[in-house]
Design a protein. Structure first.
Length: 272
């Protein structure tokens, strides 16, 4: 009987099922993981129903087969309140738990979602030591990268590889995402190379994340989670600023929050 985690974010929703058993991908943590991700719907309840319902159907399972479920992300309390989850836990705890379960030596987690960014410090047991979140500005989040990719007319998934081809980073002076978009448009009108602008976007993003990291302190080892962790240029620039190589999760980094929720579900569901 599987344990479940549902993570409804601002841009995407993830569902994870775990159960005892080993797979090559997760051999070190001794679980079998099934997952699914969708673009969010206007109502977080609809997102939760869809993402978990599709995952269950794909694996010939039903809601009643779930032993215990934990929800996290936006609207997590509503997801629990509607009976789709047995408990709800903050995304800070879920990302920390998920990262620690994947790599117990992790002490710092940098999580960048669609509308927020967090730096989380943990101890050797995986318990929270300290954390900091960004302000309400979208400049250090996935939404910022979405806006920039649209402005540059580049698919979101290609923004990172494009930045790595830059031969001369164009630094952006605007701290606000709206003003940064205007600045990028100005450079484009002057014939600036898109790769140089993409590199500037990555540098601006990494600068924002470093400001958060300095506030909470960074202790090795470090893992980056959330959808932005898949942007190779942001990751590379952040590693350069930190002076270290970050750990790569053995699952899609966008699943770490939902995976952490499922791990917490297993802990709670196993209690007498």
């Amino acid at each position: 009987m599987p344990y479940a985690g549902i993570d409804v974010g601002s841009l995407t929703a993830q569902a994870v099922l775990i159960e005892d058993g080993r797979t090559p991908m997760l051999k070190s943590i001794g679980v079998r993981l099934l997952s699914h991700s969708i673009r969010v719907k206007p109502d977080p309840l609809d997102s939760a129903r869809s993402v978990m319902g599709e995952l269950l159907e794909r694996n010939d399972l039903a809601w009643g087969d779930i032993t215990y479920c934990v929800s996290t992300g936006y609207g997590r309390d509503r997801v629990q309140g509607e009976g789709l989850a047995d408990a709800n836990v903050s995304e800070i705890s879920c990302h920390g738990t998920g990262a620690h379960a994947l790599a117990p030596r992790v002490r710092t987690v940098i999580d960048i979602g669609g509308q927020d960014a967090k730096v989380i410090r943990m101890d050797e047991a995986g318990d929270l030591v300290n954390f900091v979140m960004n302000d309400k500005c979208a400049a250090g989040t996935g939404r910022f990268l979405e806006v920039m990719s649209r402005t540059l007319e580049v698919p979101f998934e290609e923004l990172g590889p494009l930045a790595l081809r830059s031969r001369g980073t164009i630094l952006l002076s605007a701290r606000c995402s709206i003003f940064a978009e205007t600045e990028v448009l100005h450079y484009l009108q002057r014939g600036a190379d898109k790769s140089d602008l993409a590199a500037g976007v990555s540098k601006s993003m990494a600068d924002r994340l470093m400001a958060l990291a300095r506030r909470v302190g960074v202790e090795k080892e470090v893992m980056m989670t959330g959808g932005v962790a898949k942007n190779v240029a942001v990751r590379s620039e952040l590693e350069r600023m930190l002076g270290l190589r970050m750990l790569t999760p053995s699952i899609d980094p966008q699943l770490v929050g939902a995976y952490g929720a499922a791990v917490l579900a297993r802990r709670n569901g196993d209690r007498p």
